[in-house]
Design a protein around this ligand. Structure first.
Ligand code: CA2
Length: 151
């Protein structure tokens, strides 16, 4: 059984508690439950994390890279929150490892403020899922499972 890392960046711990018009009413704990069920159906495990700290997210990407090399991790589903639009360090972290990273955004960032239109992660992501609400996490898991099955 291989693992999928679901990594969440700053402020996503607030999901479901504020701004329901933008992000919906589902909490991050609900998202974790949804992801665990979807991965279990596909025969995989989930490592679900959230951090408000850039360095912790970078370390998690590096760890996933080592896990991928060892054959334990099939990929990363990454909602980097606002770091998406600012973090060259996260860009470099993803570029520095070989594990496929799927960038996810709950909202359609391209329909929002111009500062959300640029992503430092998209050029180094294996795929991007934007604007499907929290279902985007499930679409990304499905994409990683299909990618791993292709070999
Ligand atoms: O749409 C997304 O998933 C975002 O990654 C969410 C980030 C935002 O900065 C990105 O531009 C797009 C914000 C996450 C904060 O989430 C909150 C949820 C509820 C209440 C307050 C913040």
């Amino acid at each position: 059984m291989a693992t999928i890392l679901i990594l969440n960046g700053p402020n996503l711990n607030l999901l479901g508690t504020r701004e329901p018009a933008v992000y919906g009413a589902t909490t991050l704990a609900d998202v974790e439950t949804m992801c665990r069920s979807a991965a279990a159906r596909a025969g995989h495990a989930i490592d679900f994390r959230q951090s408000n700290r850039e360095g912790v997210l970078i370390d998690a990407i590096h760890e996933a890279g080592r896990g991928h090399k060892a054959g334990d991790v099939i990929g990363v589903v990454f909602n980097a929150g606002a770091y998406t639009h600012s973090s060259v360090a996260l860009h470099d972290a993803i570029k520095g490892v070989e594990v496929p990273v799927i960038e996810v955004h709950i909202s359609n960032v391209h329909a929002r403020e111009p500062f959300r239109h640029h992503s430092w992660l998209s050029p180094v992501a294996a795929g991007i899922v934007v604007g499907f609400g929290v279902d985007g996490y499930l679409l990304a898991i499905d994409g990683l499972v299909r990618r791993a099955a292709r070999g």
